[in-house]
Design a protein around this ligand. Structure first.
Ligand SMILES: CCC(=O)SCCNC(=O)CCNC(=O)[C@H](O)C(C)(C)COP(=O)(O)OP(=O)(O)OC[C@H]1O[C@@H](n2cnc3c(N)ncnc32)[C@H](O)[C@@H]1OP(=O)(O)O
Ligand SMILES: O=CC(=O)O
Ligand SMILES: [Mg+2]
Length: 365
């Protein structure tokens, strides 16, 4: 049978190369609270990887930015070696390949799929501008999977880090059945937009709103120092767009890097904003950030307990009830089900969390 090019809606789920695995119809949810970055060309960091299996949901061998140009091949070969020799158990293995306009990406994909394609769950593609970038990777992966005899498709995750990528976010999410999710790339995005921040993610003290001036009859009138300011989130708009585009296409949104490694408190705040808006995880660049991501992207035991009470109180799921002085109905039940389902999915792979959730009412086995 000859492979056909995708020309109609029916063709969307056809393999793009003869012998390539059948594309997935739905992207299964797999916990990915911490996508932990490591540089496979850094011997010290690479040595830590086997010991991190089970402590993070995703181990990501990074080949792109933060890997020196002279080390690109060493990083690629280091990842092949780690992929071959490590039993990843429940932990997913992802890679971030070099950008599509770089001289390295073709070898990254060819070598990794050929050598460790059976272990690789997701390929993260940086600096994606539009659907055409995903189409290129989609076809190439199909050819390489067919050549390697793989029996399941490798999924694709795009980083949203150019102004054009943000403008095209919906078409990127829907460009291929391989699309697993999107991450915000605040550093490249800030540069591409010519934003005037030099921080890697997080807020900025200059991006604020200020309380109104006091009234002219107030003795403190004119004293600006008494007018409170509130720092705002530079990334709110982009994260919200990303969440909507992902939800619309049944794929998963992630916050990306938080560069101030020492400031775990502000990192937690940024991660939590993303979690509340709908993101399912974030990148961790240093071991210090792993606990933060695991904590933030797991609903608290109290929130889960409350959600379960609402589900129980709502019976068949229709109508309205009062609980603790608050109205609950069909819609708030759906909100609570999001929380309960996530808790169950996380408890299934995280015994510590399961114990916390069980202590306040039990998860279904
Ligand atoms: C901004 C746009 C982007 O693209 S962000 C994504 C790309 N950037 C990255 O992937 C950065 C990954 N992280 C790193 O390179 C390092 O963590 C950086 C930030 C350079 C700090 O390293 P370093 O100065 O060694 O930190 P440290 O002395 O506090 O390290 C303590 C021990 O932990 C290790 N470590 C460090 N980072 C990792 C990591 N990501 N995964 C695993 N292990 C890590 C260090 O090697 C060090 O080990 P040891 O205690 O000396 O044995
Ligand atoms: O790749 C990530 C970014 O922030 O840029
Ligand atoms: Mg980037």
């Amino acid at each position: 049978m000859a492979a056909q090019s995708a020309t109609s809606a029916k063709d969307f789920f056809r393999p793009l190369a003869v012998g390539a695995p059948q594309p997935l119809r739905e992207i299964p949810f797999r916990p990915s609270r911490a996508i932990h970055f490591f540089d496979p060309s850094n011997a010290k960091m690479a040595a830590k990887v086997p010991g991190m299996v089970g402590t993070v949901d995703v181990l990501l061998g990074n080949l792109e930015d933060a890997v020196k140009a002279d080390n690109k091949e060493a990083a690629r070969e280091g990842l092949v070696e780690i992929g071959r020799s490590t039993d990843f158990g429940p932990t997913q293995l992802w890679t971030r390949v070099n950008a599509l306009d770089s001289p390295w990406v073709l070898d990254d994909l060819t070598r990794l799929v050929g050598e460790i394609g059976d272990k690789l769950d997701v390929v993260m593609v940086p600096k994606v501008q539009g659907a055409e970038d995903i189409h290129y990777v989609d076809r190439l992966l199909a050819q390489l999977e067919a050549k390697a005899g793989l029996d399941r498709p490798i999924l694709v995750h795009a980083i949203l880090e150019t102004a054009r990528g943000v403008a095209n976010v919906e078409e990127i999410c829907g460009a291929s059945p391989r699309m697993q999710g999107l991450s915000l790339g605040p550093a490249d995005l800030a540069a591409d937009r010519r934003m005037k921040t030099t921080r890697v993610g997080g807020g900025h003290p200059g991006y604020l709103v200020r309380e109104d001036p006091p009234s002219p009859t107030d003795p403190a009138a004119g004293v600006d120092a008494r007018r409170a300011t509130y720092q705002q989130d530079l990334w709110h708009y982009t994260i919200a767009r990303m969440v909507d585009a992902c939800a619309m296409h049944g794929i998963y949104p992630y916050y990306g890097p938080f560069g101030d490694i020492a400031d775990v408190t502000a990192c937690e705040d940024q991660f939590r904003n993303a979690f509340l808006l709908g993101c399912v995880g974030a990148w961790t660049l240093h071991p210090k950030q792993v606990d933060v991501a695991r904590r933030v992207f797991s609903p608290s035991a109290d929130d889960v307990a409350h959600a379960r009470r609402v589900v129980a109180a709502m019976g068949d799921g229709t109508g309205a009830v009062m609980l603790d002085g608050k109205m609950e109905d069909d819609a708030s039940l759906k909100q609570c089900l999001v929380m309960v389902e996530l808790a169950e999915q996380l408890a299934a792979i995280d015994p510590e969390l399961k114990a916390q959730y069980d202590a306040i009412g039990g998860t279904d086995d």
